[in-house]
Design a protein around this ligand. Structure first.
Ligand SMILES: [Cu+2]
Length: 414
C-alpha cells in the first residue's frame, strides 16, 4: 500500500513538472504592442482612426507600402493628456524595419511636429520602405508632447528578401546622390578611431613608467617635481599643439570638402489643413450605456434621428481601434486587422431603414472577443468611466455619415 502511494506521488510530480515545462515554453505571438496596457478610456477618448488602408500586406526589401486614412481628434480630450499642440505623426514598429520615406497630414509633408486642433478630422498618408525581412506589426501612431504615444490599429506586414540589399538613396541640393544607409559611416569611424588612438597614446606614454605606488611615495616625500622631466614637458606641449593643429586642419578640410551645409531643420508646423466635414444629417443621443463585468460586450440605448433625405441604417460602431459591424449593412474590404474587426459584432434591436424625418430608440450591443483581448473591459480600473466612438450610418446607395458619440459607460455586475 505504501509503495502504491509513493508511486502515485512520484508520477503526479512528474506530470506536474511536464505540464509546467510545456506551458512555460508556450509563447504566443504578441499581436499588440503597447496599446493594450494603456488606460481604456484614454484610447477611447483621444484619437479615432478610421478609413485606414494598407496598400500591401507583403513586400520585398526596398519596396514601398502606403498607409492612408483619417483621424479624428476627439472633442472630449482627457485632462491628463496635454492638448495636441505639438504632435508627431509616427509609425509603431520595432526599430527601422521599414524606413519612413514620406508622411503627410492634409496633403502637407510632416517631417516635424505639427499642431492639431481638438475636434477636427485630418487625412494622413505614410509611405514606408521595407528594410528588414520578417513579419512586422505596423501601427500608425501619434506622439503628443506632454501626453505620450497614442497608438492606432496595428496590421501585420511581411517583408521578404535580404537586408543587405536595402538602399536609401537621396540626392542633395548640391547634386550628388548618396545612400543614407551607409553615407559618411567611414568618415565617422575614421575620426573616432583617430582621436581614441591619440587618447590612448597619451596614456601609454605615461604608463610605460610605474604608475601608482612609487609616484605616491615620491609625491608624499615632497619630491613630486622629479616625476615630470623636461622631455615629458616637451611631449605634453607636442600633444597640445598637435591636437590644436589637427582640429584646425581637419575643420578647414571638412569646410573645403563640404562648403554648403545647413543647420538642422526644426520647428512645429502650424496651419495643418483639416478635412471640411459636412454636418451629419443623422443625430444620435446616447440614453444610457453599460457593460457587464466580466464580459465581452457593451450595450447602449441610442435615440437616432434622421433629418436627411434618404433612409439610413447603422453599419458600424468604432471605439479604440476596434470596429463592430452589422454585416447586413456593411462589410469591410480594406483588410482591417482581424483581431480588431468584429465582422458581425454589432447587433441593433431594430436596424430597418430609418426614414427621413423619423426618430427611433434602439438597443445596440457591440460584442466581440476584442473587447476583452484589447482590454477595453479594463475600463473598470479607469478613473473616468466614459467612452467615445464613431457611428457610421449608410443609406441604400451606400453613402456614409459619421456621427460621434460620447457618454458615461456604467458597469453592471449582476
Ligand atoms: Cu503591434
Amino acid at each position: 500500500m505504501k509503495l502504491l502511494k509513493d508511486r502515485i506521488a512520484k508520477w503526479s510530480m512528474v506530470g506536474l513538472l511536464t505540464a509546467f515545462a510545456a506551458t512555460s515554453f508556450y509563447a504566443p505571438n504578441a499581436s499588440a504592442h503597447g496599446e493594450k496596457s494603456q488606460a481604456a478610456f484614454m484610447r477611447m477618448r483621444t484619437i479615432h482612426w478610421y478609413d485606414l488602408k494598407w496598400s500591401k500586406e507583403k513586400v520585398k526589401v526596398n519596396e514601398q507600402v502606403e498607409i492612408t486614412g483619417k483621424f479624428h481628434v476627439f472633442e472630449g480630450w482627457p485632462e491628463t493628456v496635454d492638448e495636441p499642440d505639438v504632435s508627431f505623426l509616427n509609425i509603431g514598429i520595432p526599430g527601422p524595419v521599414f524606413i519612413r520615406k514620406e508622411s503627410y497630414i492634409g496633403g502637407q509633408l510632416v517631417p516635424r511636429s505639427v499642431r492639431l486642433e481638438i475636434g477636427k478630422t485630418y487625412e494622413f498618408k505614410v509611405v514606408l520602405k521595407a528594410r528588414r525581412p520578417g513579419d512586422w506589426h505596423v501601427h500608425t501612431m501619434m506622439n503628443v508632447q506632454g501626453g505620450g504615444p497614442i497608438i492606432g490599429p496595428g496590421k501585420w506586414i511581411t517583408i521578404e528578401g535580404s537586408m543587405g540589399d536595402f538602399k536609401n538613396p537621396v540626392t542633395t541640393l548640391t547634386g550628388q546622390t548618396v545612400d543614407l544607409e551607409s553615407y559618411n559611416l567611414e568618415n565617422t569611424y575614421f575620426w573616432h578611431a583617430l582621436w581614441y588612438a591619440i587618447g590612448l597614446a597619451w596614456i601609454v606614454y605615461w604608463v610605460r613608467r610605474p604608475v601608482f605606488l612609487p609616484r605616491m611615495l615620491l609625491a608624499d616625500a615632497g619630491r613630486a617635481d622629479e616625476l615630470v622631466s623636461g622631455t615629458d614637458r616637451k611631449v605634453a606641449m607636442g600633444f597640445a599643439a598637435g591636437t590644436l593643429l589637427l582640429v584646425i586642419f581637419a575643420m578647414s578640410g571638412a569646410n573645403g570638402k563640404y562648403p554648403i551645409t545647413i543647420p538642422l531643420q526644426a520647428g512645429t508646423l502650424r496651419g495643418i489643413k483639416p478635412i471640411e466635414m459636412t454636418k451629419p444629417t443623422v443625430s444620435v443621443k446616447v440614453e444610457d450605456a453599460s457593460y457587464r463585468v466580466p464580459g465581452r460586450a457593451m450595450r447602449m440605448k441610442l435615440t437616432i434621428t434622421n433629418s436627411g433625405n434618404s433612409a439610413v441604417r447603422l453599419g458600424e460602431f468604432y471605439t479604440a481601434s476596434v470596429r463592430f459591424l452589422d454585416s447586413d449593412v456593411y462589410k469591410d474590404t480594406t483588410g482591417y486587422p482581424e483581431d480588431l474587426l468584429a465582422e458581425d459584432g454589432l447587433e441593433v434591436s431594430d436596424n430597418s431603414p430609418l426614414a427621413p424625418g423619423e426618430t427611433r430608440t434602439v438597443e445596440v450591443t457591440a460584442s466581440d472577443a476584442a473587447w476583452e483581448v484589447y482590454r477595453l473591459s479594463d475600463i473598470i480600473y479607469d478613473p473616468d468611466s466614459r467612452f467615445a466612438g464613431l457611428l457610421f450610418f449608410f443609406d441604400a446607395a451606400g453613402n456614409r455619415q459619421v456621427t460621434q458619440i460620447d457618454a458615461p459607460l456604467i458597469p453592471s455586475f449582476m
